[in-house]
Design a protein around this ligand. Structure first.
Ligand code: ZN
Ligand code: ZN
Length: 413
Protein backbone atom coordinates (compact mmCIF):
# COMPACT_ATOMS: atom_id res chain seq x y z
CA UNK A 1 0.00 0.00 0.00
CA UNK A 2 1.07 3.57 -0.71
CA UNK A 3 0.60 6.10 2.10
CA UNK A 4 0.46 9.89 1.98
CA UNK A 5 3.60 12.03 2.01
CA UNK A 6 5.02 13.02 5.45
CA UNK A 7 3.49 16.30 6.59
CA UNK A 8 0.50 15.97 4.26
CA UNK A 9 -2.85 14.68 5.44
CA UNK A 10 -6.43 13.85 4.55
CA UNK A 11 -9.23 15.78 6.18
CA UNK A 12 -12.49 13.90 6.51
CA UNK A 13 -15.45 13.06 8.75
CA UNK A 14 -16.21 15.45 11.57
CA UNK A 15 -13.02 17.42 10.92
CA UNK A 16 -14.08 18.14 7.33
CA UNK A 17 -17.38 19.47 8.66
CA UNK A 18 -15.52 21.72 11.11
CA UNK A 19 -13.39 23.05 8.26
CA UNK A 20 -16.42 23.68 6.10
CA UNK A 21 -18.09 25.71 8.82
CA UNK A 22 -14.91 27.60 9.72
CA UNK A 23 -14.43 28.60 6.08
CA UNK A 24 -18.05 29.68 5.87
CA UNK A 25 -17.69 31.85 8.97
CA UNK A 26 -14.46 33.34 7.59
CA UNK A 27 -16.18 34.26 4.33
CA UNK A 28 -19.04 35.89 6.23
CA UNK A 29 -16.64 38.04 8.26
CA UNK A 30 -14.48 38.95 5.26
CA UNK A 31 -17.55 40.04 3.36
CA UNK A 32 -18.83 42.08 6.32
CA UNK A 33 -15.54 44.03 6.32
CA UNK A 34 -15.68 44.47 2.53
CA UNK A 35 -12.93 42.04 1.49
CA UNK A 36 -13.22 40.24 -1.86
CA UNK A 37 -11.94 36.77 -2.61
CA UNK A 38 -9.00 36.05 -4.90
CA UNK A 39 -8.39 32.42 -5.84
CA UNK A 40 -4.65 32.45 -6.32
CA UNK A 41 -2.65 29.74 -8.11
CA UNK A 42 -0.66 27.32 -5.96
CA UNK A 43 2.41 27.47 -8.21
CA UNK A 44 4.38 30.69 -8.75
CA UNK A 45 7.75 31.57 -10.22
CA UNK A 46 10.45 30.96 -7.57
CA UNK A 47 11.79 34.48 -8.07
CA UNK A 48 8.57 35.96 -6.67
CA UNK A 49 9.28 34.51 -3.22
CA UNK A 50 13.06 35.03 -3.32
CA UNK A 51 12.54 38.72 -4.01
CA UNK A 52 9.61 39.27 -1.62
CA UNK A 53 10.01 37.04 1.43
CA UNK A 54 13.77 37.56 1.35
CA UNK A 55 16.78 35.43 0.42
CA UNK A 56 18.02 35.08 4.00
CA UNK A 57 14.76 33.98 5.59
CA UNK A 58 14.24 30.41 6.81
CA UNK A 59 11.37 30.05 4.37
CA UNK A 60 13.42 30.81 1.27
CA UNK A 61 16.66 29.23 2.53
CA UNK A 62 15.27 25.92 3.74
CA UNK A 63 11.57 25.41 3.45
CA UNK A 64 10.32 25.96 -0.08
CA UNK A 65 9.03 23.26 -2.40
CA UNK A 66 11.00 24.46 -5.42
CA UNK A 67 11.57 22.46 -8.59
CA UNK A 68 12.23 22.82 -12.29
CA UNK A 69 9.19 22.18 -14.45
CA UNK A 70 9.47 20.38 -17.79
CA UNK A 71 10.55 23.55 -19.58
CA UNK A 72 13.30 24.12 -17.00
CA UNK A 73 11.61 27.03 -15.29
CA UNK A 74 12.12 27.21 -11.54
CA UNK A 75 8.71 27.16 -9.87
CA UNK A 76 7.66 27.04 -6.21
CA UNK A 77 4.56 25.82 -4.43
CA UNK A 78 3.51 28.97 -2.60
CA UNK A 79 4.77 29.12 1.02
CA UNK A 80 2.47 32.08 1.81
CA UNK A 81 -0.12 34.28 0.11
CA UNK A 82 1.00 37.91 0.30
CA UNK A 83 3.60 37.83 -2.47
CA UNK A 84 1.02 36.29 -4.80
CA UNK A 85 -1.51 39.00 -3.97
CA UNK A 86 1.03 41.66 -4.96
CA UNK A 87 1.89 39.79 -8.15
CA UNK A 88 -1.84 39.48 -8.91
CA UNK A 89 -2.57 43.15 -8.23
CA UNK A 90 0.17 44.34 -10.59
CA UNK A 91 -0.43 41.76 -13.29
CA UNK A 92 -4.09 42.82 -13.59
CA UNK A 93 -3.35 46.54 -13.13
CA UNK A 94 -5.97 46.90 -10.43
CA UNK A 95 -4.60 49.89 -8.57
CA UNK A 96 -5.33 53.55 -9.28
CA UNK A 97 -5.20 56.93 -7.53
CA UNK A 98 -6.98 57.00 -4.16
CA UNK A 99 -8.11 53.42 -4.55
CA UNK A 100 -8.37 51.17 -1.52
CA UNK A 101 -8.43 47.48 -2.34
CA UNK A 102 -9.39 44.68 0.03
CA UNK A 103 -8.68 41.07 -0.85
CA UNK A 104 -8.85 37.76 0.96
CA UNK A 105 -7.73 34.25 0.12
CA UNK A 106 -8.20 30.82 1.68
CA UNK A 107 -6.11 27.82 0.71
CA UNK A 108 -3.13 25.53 1.16
CA UNK A 109 0.48 26.71 1.55
CA UNK A 110 3.61 24.53 1.49
CA UNK A 111 6.72 24.58 3.63
CA UNK A 112 9.23 21.82 4.21
CA UNK A 113 9.36 21.99 8.02
CA UNK A 114 9.50 19.37 10.76
CA UNK A 115 5.87 18.26 11.11
CA UNK A 116 4.40 18.87 14.58
CA UNK A 117 1.10 19.56 16.27
CA UNK A 118 -0.82 22.06 14.17
CA UNK A 119 2.07 22.46 11.76
CA UNK A 120 2.08 20.40 8.58
CA UNK A 121 4.04 20.69 5.35
CA UNK A 122 0.82 21.37 3.52
CA UNK A 123 -1.00 23.77 5.80
CA UNK A 124 -3.89 26.10 5.16
CA UNK A 125 -4.18 29.81 5.62
CA UNK A 126 -6.92 32.38 5.39
CA UNK A 127 -5.51 35.82 4.75
CA UNK A 128 -6.58 39.40 4.19
CA UNK A 129 -4.67 42.19 2.46
CA UNK A 130 -5.74 45.83 2.57
CA UNK A 131 -3.97 47.88 -0.11
CA UNK A 132 -3.80 51.62 -0.76
CA UNK A 133 -4.06 52.98 2.79
CA UNK A 134 -0.92 54.20 4.55
CA UNK A 135 -2.75 55.35 7.70
CA UNK A 136 -3.15 53.34 10.93
CA UNK A 137 -6.82 52.90 10.02
CA UNK A 138 -5.70 50.14 7.66
CA UNK A 139 -4.15 48.23 10.57
CA UNK A 140 -7.23 48.96 12.63
CA UNK A 141 -9.51 47.53 9.92
CA UNK A 142 -7.67 44.22 9.66
CA UNK A 143 -7.15 43.93 13.42
CA UNK A 144 -10.77 44.65 14.29
CA UNK A 145 -11.78 42.04 11.72
CA UNK A 146 -9.38 39.58 13.37
CA UNK A 147 -10.63 40.35 16.87
CA UNK A 148 -14.30 40.10 16.00
CA UNK A 149 -13.81 36.91 14.04
CA UNK A 150 -11.80 35.05 16.70
CA UNK A 151 -14.25 36.14 19.39
CA UNK A 152 -17.23 35.00 17.31
CA UNK A 153 -15.88 31.47 16.82
CA UNK A 154 -15.18 31.06 20.53
CA UNK A 155 -11.38 31.52 20.75
CA UNK A 156 -11.41 33.64 23.89
CA UNK A 157 -8.05 32.94 25.50
CA UNK A 158 -5.90 34.92 23.09
CA UNK A 159 -3.63 37.96 22.97
CA UNK A 160 -2.61 40.34 20.21
CA UNK A 161 1.12 41.19 20.37
CA UNK A 162 2.15 44.32 18.58
CA UNK A 163 5.47 45.76 17.49
CA UNK A 164 6.80 48.44 15.17
CA UNK A 165 9.83 47.60 13.04
CA UNK A 166 10.37 51.16 11.89
CA UNK A 167 10.59 52.43 8.34
CA UNK A 168 13.61 52.25 5.99
CA UNK A 169 14.70 55.61 7.45
CA UNK A 170 14.87 54.68 11.12
CA UNK A 171 15.57 50.99 10.79
CA UNK A 172 19.10 51.65 9.47
CA UNK A 173 20.25 53.04 12.81
CA UNK A 174 18.72 50.11 14.71
CA UNK A 175 20.28 47.62 12.35
CA UNK A 176 23.69 49.12 12.94
CA UNK A 177 23.28 49.10 16.73
CA UNK A 178 21.95 45.56 16.74
CA UNK A 179 24.79 44.32 14.56
CA UNK A 180 27.34 45.95 16.89
CA UNK A 181 25.69 44.22 19.84
CA UNK A 182 25.66 40.84 18.10
CA UNK A 183 29.32 41.14 17.21
CA UNK A 184 30.39 41.66 20.82
CA UNK A 185 31.03 37.92 21.25
CA UNK A 186 27.48 36.99 21.97
CA UNK A 187 26.54 33.39 21.42
CA UNK A 188 24.81 32.78 18.12
CA UNK A 189 23.80 29.65 16.25
CA UNK A 190 25.55 28.82 12.97
CA UNK A 191 22.70 30.15 10.86
CA UNK A 192 22.73 33.48 12.65
CA UNK A 193 26.51 33.91 12.50
CA UNK A 194 26.14 33.66 8.75
CA UNK A 195 23.05 35.78 8.27
CA UNK A 196 23.63 38.50 10.89
CA UNK A 197 25.62 40.54 8.36
CA UNK A 198 23.03 40.37 5.60
CA UNK A 199 20.10 40.91 7.95
CA UNK A 200 20.74 41.15 11.71
CA UNK A 201 16.99 41.40 12.44
CA UNK A 202 16.67 37.77 11.38
CA UNK A 203 18.46 36.81 14.60
CA UNK A 204 15.54 38.15 16.66
CA UNK A 205 13.35 35.61 14.92
CA UNK A 206 15.68 32.64 15.57
CA UNK A 207 14.25 29.72 17.51
CA UNK A 208 17.54 28.18 18.72
CA UNK A 209 18.17 28.30 22.49
CA UNK A 210 21.62 29.89 22.07
CA UNK A 211 20.17 32.81 20.15
CA UNK A 212 17.19 33.22 22.47
CA UNK A 213 19.59 34.02 25.33
CA UNK A 214 21.43 36.59 23.24
CA UNK A 215 18.18 38.18 22.07
CA UNK A 216 16.98 38.74 25.65
CA UNK A 217 19.40 41.61 26.29
CA UNK A 218 19.64 42.99 22.76
CA UNK A 219 18.72 46.62 21.92
CA UNK A 220 15.03 47.15 21.25
CA UNK A 221 13.70 48.54 17.99
CA UNK A 222 11.11 50.71 19.72
CA UNK A 223 13.91 52.83 21.18
CA UNK A 224 15.07 53.69 17.67
CA UNK A 225 11.97 54.40 15.60
CA UNK A 226 11.44 57.88 14.13
CA UNK A 227 8.72 60.40 14.98
CA UNK A 228 6.59 59.36 12.04
CA UNK A 229 6.69 55.68 13.01
CA UNK A 230 6.00 56.56 16.66
CA UNK A 231 2.93 58.57 15.72
CA UNK A 232 1.68 55.80 13.50
CA UNK A 233 1.92 53.34 16.35
CA UNK A 234 0.35 55.73 18.86
CA UNK A 235 -2.68 56.32 16.62
CA UNK A 236 -3.14 52.59 16.08
CA UNK A 237 -3.00 51.99 19.84
CA UNK A 238 -5.56 54.73 20.34
CA UNK A 239 -7.95 53.11 17.84
CA UNK A 240 -7.52 49.67 19.40
CA UNK A 241 -8.21 51.05 22.89
CA UNK A 242 -11.24 52.94 21.60
CA UNK A 243 -12.82 49.65 20.52
CA UNK A 244 -11.52 47.64 23.48
CA UNK A 245 -9.32 45.40 21.37
CA UNK A 246 -6.79 44.00 23.82
CA UNK A 247 -3.09 44.02 22.91
CA UNK A 248 0.40 43.97 24.35
CA UNK A 249 3.58 45.48 22.97
CA UNK A 250 6.28 42.89 22.19
CA UNK A 251 9.51 44.48 20.92
CA UNK A 252 10.91 41.14 19.69
CA UNK A 253 8.34 40.33 17.08
CA UNK A 254 10.02 40.64 13.68
CA UNK A 255 8.17 37.97 11.69
CA UNK A 256 10.00 35.54 9.43
CA UNK A 257 9.67 37.68 6.33
CA UNK A 258 11.77 40.61 5.17
CA UNK A 259 9.07 42.77 3.66
CA UNK A 260 7.45 44.19 6.79
CA UNK A 261 7.75 47.87 7.79
CA UNK A 262 6.27 49.67 10.79
CA UNK A 263 3.50 47.53 12.24
CA UNK A 264 3.94 43.80 12.81
CA UNK A 265 1.74 41.65 14.99
CA UNK A 266 0.97 38.12 16.13
CA UNK A 267 -2.03 36.63 17.88
CA UNK A 268 -1.26 33.87 20.34
CA UNK A 269 -3.78 31.54 21.90
CA UNK A 270 -3.63 29.27 24.95
CA UNK A 271 -3.83 25.55 24.31
CA UNK A 272 -1.27 25.08 21.54
CA UNK A 273 1.95 24.63 23.50
CA UNK A 274 5.11 26.32 22.22
CA UNK A 275 3.74 27.03 18.76
CA UNK A 276 1.00 29.28 20.03
CA UNK A 277 0.71 31.84 17.19
CA UNK A 278 -2.49 31.39 15.24
CA UNK A 279 -2.45 34.60 13.23
CA UNK A 280 0.29 36.98 12.14
CA UNK A 281 0.87 39.87 9.81
CA UNK A 282 1.90 43.45 9.40
CA UNK A 283 2.50 46.36 7.07
CA UNK A 284 4.48 45.95 3.85
CA UNK A 285 4.41 49.32 2.11
CA UNK A 286 7.44 48.71 -0.11
CA UNK A 287 6.84 45.15 -1.28
CA UNK A 288 4.99 45.98 -4.48
CA UNK A 289 7.45 48.72 -5.47
CA UNK A 290 10.41 46.46 -4.68
CA UNK A 291 8.97 43.86 -7.02
CA UNK A 292 8.78 46.46 -9.80
CA UNK A 293 5.08 47.19 -9.40
CA UNK A 294 2.87 49.92 -7.99
CA UNK A 295 4.04 52.08 -5.12
CA UNK A 296 1.21 51.00 -2.84
CA UNK A 297 1.00 50.84 0.94
CA UNK A 298 -0.41 47.59 2.31
CA UNK A 299 -1.34 45.72 5.49
CA UNK A 300 -2.39 42.13 5.93
CA UNK A 301 -2.49 39.03 8.05
CA UNK A 302 -2.82 35.28 7.68
CA UNK A 303 -4.61 32.89 9.98
CA UNK A 304 -3.45 29.28 10.39
CA UNK A 305 -6.49 27.10 9.79
CA UNK A 306 -5.08 23.89 11.34
CA UNK A 307 -4.17 25.63 14.59
CA UNK A 308 -7.48 27.45 14.72
CA UNK A 309 -9.32 24.13 14.32
CA UNK A 310 -7.40 22.75 17.34
CA UNK A 311 -8.72 25.61 19.46
CA UNK A 312 -12.37 25.56 18.46
CA UNK A 313 -14.87 24.76 21.20
CA UNK A 314 -16.46 21.30 21.24
CA UNK A 315 -19.87 22.67 20.22
CA UNK A 316 -18.56 24.57 17.17
CA UNK A 317 -20.62 22.42 14.82
CA UNK A 318 -24.18 21.39 15.60
CA UNK A 319 -24.96 17.70 15.69
CA UNK A 320 -26.12 16.35 12.35
CA UNK A 321 -29.62 14.93 12.25
CA UNK A 322 -32.06 13.51 9.74
CA UNK A 323 -35.66 14.70 9.29
CA UNK A 324 -37.28 11.42 8.32
CA UNK A 325 -36.09 7.83 7.98
CA UNK A 326 -38.32 5.55 5.86
CA UNK A 327 -38.76 1.92 6.87
CA UNK A 328 -40.35 -0.58 4.47
CA UNK A 329 -39.82 -4.22 3.61
CA UNK A 330 -40.62 -5.03 -0.04
CA UNK A 331 -40.96 -3.71 -3.59
CA UNK A 332 -44.66 -3.14 -3.21
CA UNK A 333 -43.99 -0.63 -0.43
CA UNK A 334 -41.05 0.84 -2.29
CA UNK A 335 -43.33 1.92 -5.17
CA UNK A 336 -45.39 3.91 -2.66
CA UNK A 337 -42.45 5.34 -0.71
CA UNK A 338 -39.78 6.39 -3.20
CA UNK A 339 -41.66 8.99 -5.33
CA UNK A 340 -42.83 11.12 -2.35
CA UNK A 341 -39.43 10.61 -0.65
CA UNK A 342 -37.70 11.98 -3.74
CA UNK A 343 -40.06 15.00 -3.73
CA UNK A 344 -39.31 15.69 -0.05
CA UNK A 345 -35.61 15.97 -0.91
CA UNK A 346 -36.47 18.49 -3.61
CA UNK A 347 -38.22 20.53 -0.91
CA UNK A 348 -35.07 20.51 1.24
CA UNK A 349 -36.20 17.87 3.74
CA UNK A 350 -33.34 15.61 4.82
CA UNK A 351 -34.53 12.03 4.41
CA UNK A 352 -33.03 8.56 4.11
CA UNK A 353 -34.23 5.00 3.67
CA UNK A 354 -32.99 1.44 3.82
CA UNK A 355 -33.86 -0.83 0.88
CA UNK A 356 -32.22 -3.90 2.48
CA UNK A 357 -34.12 -6.93 3.78
CA UNK A 358 -33.53 -6.15 7.48
CA UNK A 359 -35.99 -6.50 10.34
CA UNK A 360 -37.99 -3.63 11.83
CA UNK A 361 -35.68 -3.70 14.84
CA UNK A 362 -32.48 -3.37 12.82
CA UNK A 363 -33.98 -0.58 10.71
CA UNK A 364 -35.07 1.30 13.82
CA UNK A 365 -31.50 1.04 15.10
CA UNK A 366 -30.31 2.61 11.84
CA UNK A 367 -32.81 5.48 12.27
CA UNK A 368 -31.43 6.04 15.78
CA UNK A 369 -27.87 6.06 14.54
CA UNK A 370 -28.71 8.67 11.91
CA UNK A 371 -30.42 10.75 14.64
CA UNK A 372 -33.65 10.83 12.67
CA UNK A 373 -36.34 13.04 14.16
CA UNK A 374 -39.16 11.05 12.53
CA UNK A 375 -39.59 7.54 11.19
CA UNK A 376 -42.13 6.42 8.60
CA UNK A 377 -43.08 2.73 8.77
CA UNK A 378 -44.91 1.05 5.90
CA UNK A 379 -45.51 -2.68 6.44
CA UNK A 380 -47.91 -4.96 4.58
CA UNK A 381 -50.70 -4.44 7.17
CA UNK A 382 -50.48 -0.68 6.72
CA UNK A 383 -50.60 -0.97 2.92
CA UNK A 384 -53.75 -3.16 3.17
CA UNK A 385 -55.39 -0.49 5.34
CA UNK A 386 -54.23 2.40 3.13
CA UNK A 387 -52.18 3.99 5.93
CA UNK A 388 -48.63 4.46 7.23
CA UNK A 389 -47.13 5.07 10.68
CA UNK A 390 -45.35 8.31 11.51
CA UNK A 391 -43.26 8.08 14.67
CA UNK A 392 -41.84 11.10 16.48
CA UNK A 393 -38.52 9.79 17.77
CA UNK A 394 -37.97 12.52 20.36
CA UNK A 395 -41.37 12.02 22.00
CA UNK A 396 -41.54 8.27 21.31
CA UNK A 397 -45.11 8.72 20.07
CA UNK A 398 -46.62 7.52 16.82
CA UNK A 399 -49.69 8.30 14.75
CA UNK A 400 -51.34 6.54 11.82
CA UNK A 401 -51.99 8.60 8.70
CA UNK A 402 -53.67 7.87 5.32
CA UNK A 403 -51.22 7.15 2.47
CA UNK A 404 -52.21 10.36 0.63
CA UNK A 405 -50.45 12.31 3.38
CA UNK A 406 -47.08 10.93 2.19
CA UNK A 407 -47.16 13.45 -0.66
CA UNK A 408 -46.89 16.51 1.61
CA UNK A 409 -45.31 14.87 4.61
CA UNK A 410 -43.36 18.02 5.50
CA UNK A 411 -46.66 19.44 6.79
CA UNK A 412 -46.96 16.63 9.37
CA UNK A 413 -43.52 17.08 10.95
ZN1 ZN B 1 10.52 55.45 10.87
ZN1 ZN C 1 20.11 31.69 15.59
Amino acid sequence: MINSVRGFKDIYGKEAKVWEKLEKRLRESFSLWGFEEVRLPILEKTELFQRSIGDTTDIVEKEMYTFLDKSNESVTMRPEGTASIIRFLNEHKLYGPDKILKFFYIGPMFRYERPQKGRLRQFNQAGVELLGDSTPYAEFEVLSLMDNFLESIGIKDRMLFLNNLGCPLCRQQYRKTLLEYLEQNHNLCEDCIRRKNTNPLRVLDCKSETCKETIKNSPKILDFICENCKNHMAKLEELLKMCKIQYQIDPYIVRGLDYYVKTVFEVHAKGLGSQSAILAGGRYDNLSKDLGGYDIPAVGWALGIERTVLLLPENFIEEEYLDIFFIYFNERAEKIILPPLNNLRKKGIKVSYDPSKGSLKSKMRKADKLKSRYVVILGDDEISNGVFILKNMNLGKQITLPLEKLENLEKEI
